[in-house]
Design a protein around this ligand. Sequence first.
Ligand SMILES: Cc1cc2nc3c(=O)[nH]c(=O)nc-3n(C[C@H](O)[C@H](O)[C@H](O)COP(=O)(O)OP(=O)(O)OC[C@H]3O[C@@H](n4cnc5c(N)ncnc54)[C@H](O)[C@@H]3O)c2cc1C
Length: 380
Amino acid sequence: MDFRPSEEQEILRRTVREFAESEMRPHVMEWDEAQHFPMELLPKLAELGLMGVQLDEQYGGAGMSAVDYCICIEELARVCPAIALSVAAHNGLCSSHIAMFGSEAQKQRYLPRLVKGEVLGAWCLTEAAAGSDAAAMRTTATRQGECWVINGSKQFITHGTIGGVMVVMAVTDRTKAHRGISAFVVDQGTAGMRPGKKENKLGMRASDTSEVVFQDCRVPQAQMLGEEGQGFINTLQVLDAGRIGIAALSVGLAQGAFEAARNYAKERRQFGQPIASFQAIQWKLADAATRIESARLLTYRAAYLRDQGQRMTRESAMAKLYASETAVRVADDCVQIHGGYGFVKDYPAEKYFRDVKLLTIGEGTSEIQRLVIARQLLGQ
Ligand SMILES: Cc1cc2nc3c(=O)[nH]c(=O)nc-3n(C[C@H](O)[C@H](O)[C@H](O)COP(=O)(O)OP(=O)(O)OC[C@H]3O[C@@H](n4cnc5c(N)ncnc54)[C@H](O)[C@@H]3O)c2cc1C
């Protein structure tokens, strides 16, 4: 067992941190208030390999490990969780689904554009009436000759408005329940697919979230991703890995909030001394640092298992559950340590507090993570 990061990983962390500090930090509040995703950031993210972190070099990807991916997402989330969320959805859901289950032709066609940041990837599973119970989806794809015709609507899709490539899950055979769901890859601009309502969100506001509507959207057979009827089963595998990304995002957000709280506690004086000298504040900081370290270890362990090609359903769910709930606590304490200044937009505490809540909801709620863990423990 070796807990040391490699020299390359130290350099990677420093590089992404410097990028986030210089290219993101100055604009974080402006993007948040305008609910604006900065498309101009894409070529810069791509230059660092962050638009295709784990993709093979033959498609232009950076070919990094799952542990390296965690380091990248952590460092982006430490500064702007919303941008980290978009990068995670692009890498960990859309591109990952194509890389894991796409045909060689699909990989050649889509991955290089996703890696270069020419397009943002979106991944469309959730529907208005099918969230945690995603297999209850109503969107259908009906075969017509050599094509499939998609009808329905997807809810809460990251990059639903600005995504250039969408992976879409739809029912192709209602009689087979979750074994009757297939995946398709659909280009923005395909007739019959359009963005619906853009969500006005509590947090993660720079990350675009919207409905995506399909009305007689015709795609050729060549756009089916993976085997017919395997879309939902493949989705569960994509989510196993995707959850490691959300765990890393949680660790990064918690780290950012912790650092903000620690710095403030050393500067803020009450009763003639820095508030950091009060034991009540010290214990909050000590608890936060301990929980963040535990969350980081769980996250890296799940990523390590993925790198070894081992199954990590239980470990990724544990990492996501613990890291996201830790982040919620740390962001809460960060506001508390800031007192009234934690409640106003001049300090970063309030934004961490708003952004963090998504992490116990997206890519499977905390309740669903517990369900996944329990099923694994009970061998169900
Ligand atoms: C900002 C944002 C971005 C998102 N991005 C994407 C995306 O890119 N692609 C995508 O497909 N989806 C995306 N989602 C959707 C997200 O994955 C879902 O919101 C999430 O899975 C929960 O589904 P739901 O909102 O319908 O909640 P519901 O499933 O209705 O859950 C409501 C409550 O009931 C609980 N609950 C449900 N079932 C059970 C059960 N069996 N046992 C115990 N408790 C249960 C839940 O835990 C929750 O507390 C995004 C959501 C948001 C807010």
